[in-house]
Design a protein around this ligand. Structure first.
Ligand code: GDP
Ligand code: MN
Length: 382
């Protein structure tokens, strides 16, 4: 889950990282009002969950509140990378001497968090990393010991930060480490961290990504989620606790267990098909969850066939069958459905589905073959 800049910076400031004074606005009038409160010279910043807003024209400086209103009108009417701008952040403008890049993220290969910094921060950081990787400093953090102050000081030295800023830099680094740990983040980034003309270090931009698997223990962050920009099917799936990822193929998949879901997708591909989604209904799913999964799969117009691969363990096949029947009542699917039920109460499940005009299969290979065939036929007919 991504957080907006204004949300990230609010969290930063709670952990002692200095940020510009400012507030978020949903209308140009509000933006003008905030600009007046801040003394006129402000920066208007599009709040969308995408990077590169500056280059896309979504970050603009205003010299007074009238210009702030005008720029806010303009930015609030924009689309950035396909995302509509619904809010702008109005921050006190800073006079910049230097832009630094500073972030903490997961290094999956090293299985450790890593601190990344560069003296050449700002909007061109990707080009810096590609063309002059030696300008990027990386220091791993021991997950058990946490970030040590000497490590932060090493980074300050490595990016040639003048000595006068070391103390503040270490404080910001320790703060960002606390942010990263406390929020279960997979990214906490400040780009740019600036040295102002007044010789202060301040976080001008903020970006955070939270590990979705940790959201169960981050209720305050879940509250901050902006669902405006998520696919409706993913919002619905989240509501029912289903793990769902939309893909580009035409065979809808409903499976219990992530491993079995992956295997089912692999086997579909092996027989020349393309899965339309990943969907894990989880262990012990009841009829309502199954029905929700089916609704989600069938709202995708690309879906030409559905494969149910249910291995009954804690999940009871008769419950799943009841869910399928309930969903069929409701959505009246027009596409062929292939079902493979094995394990707990599979007999009962099959009996329930006997009159449901579904294609039955004994093995996963058989089920995959039949769904690939059904989807192909359907494509030719439609
Ligand atoms: P991003 O493009 O989405 O990363 O948005 P940023 O918030 O990082 O802003 C992009 C660039 O705009 C920064 O790298 C700065 O160069 C510039 N910028 C942002 N805020 C200010 C400000 O208060 N004063 C000045 N002079 N420039 C700013
Ligand atoms: Mn930035």
């Amino acid at each position: 889950m991504k957080l907006h800049e204004y949300q990230s910076k609010t969290i930063f400031s709670k952990y002692g990282i200095p940020i510009p004074k400012g507030r978020v606005a949903a209308t140009a009038q509000e933006a003008k009002q905030i600009a007046e409160e801040l003394g006129g010279r402000v920066v208007i910043k599009a709040q969308v969950l995408a990077g590169g807003r500056g280059k896309a024209g979504g970050v603009k400086l205003a010299k007074d509140s009238a210009e702030a209103e005008q720029l806010a009108t303009q930015i609030l009417g924009m689309d950035i990378k396909g995302l509509p701008v619904r809010k702008v952040l109005v921050d006190e403008a800073s006079a910049i001497d230097q832009e630094i890049y500073f972030a903490i993220t997961n290094d999956r290969t090293a299985k450790k968090p890593v601190m990344i910094a560069s003296a050449a921060g700002g909007v061109d950081i990707e080009e810096v990393a590609a063309a002059t990787p030696e300008k990027i400093v990386k220091v791993h953090i021991d997950p058990l010991l946490g970030l040590r102050e000497y490590q932060a000081r090493d980074v300050a030295v490595a990016i040639d930060l003048p000595r006068a800023y070391w103390k503040d830099f270490v404080k910001i680094a320790m703060g960002l480490w606390q942010v990263y740990s406390a929020t279960d983040a997979i990214l906490a980034e400040i780009n740019p961290l600036v040295i102002t003309k007044e010789k202060k270090l301040i976080a001008l931009d903020g970006k955070m990504m939270i590990d979705d698997n940790a959201l169960f223990r981050q209720p305050d962050l879940v509250e901050m989620r902006d669902t405006d920009e998520d696919a409706p099917s993913e919002i619905e799936a989240r509501r029912y606790g289903l793990s769902f990822i939309k893909l580009d193929g035409n065979i809808g998949c409903m499976v219990n267990g992530a491993g079995l879901a992956m295997t089912s997708m692999d086997v579909i591909k092996l027989f020349g098909g393309e899965p339309a989604n990943f969907l894990d209904i989880g262990g012990g799913a009841g009829a309502d969850k199954v029905a929700a999964g089916m609704r989600i799969i069938l709202t995708d117009p690309n879906v030409k066939a559905v494969l149910f691969n249910i291995f009954g363990g804690i999940t009871r096949c008769d419950e799943v069958a009841r869910g399928i029947l309930a969903a069929m009542e409701e959505v009246k699917p027009k596409v062929p459905m292939v079902v493979r039920l094995v394990g707990t109460n599979a007999e009962d499940g099959r009996r329930l589905l006997e009159n449901a005009k579904m294609i039955t299969a004994e093995t996963l290979a058989d089920a995959a073959k039949k769904s690939v065939k059904a989807a192909k036929k359907r494509k030719i007919n439609s």
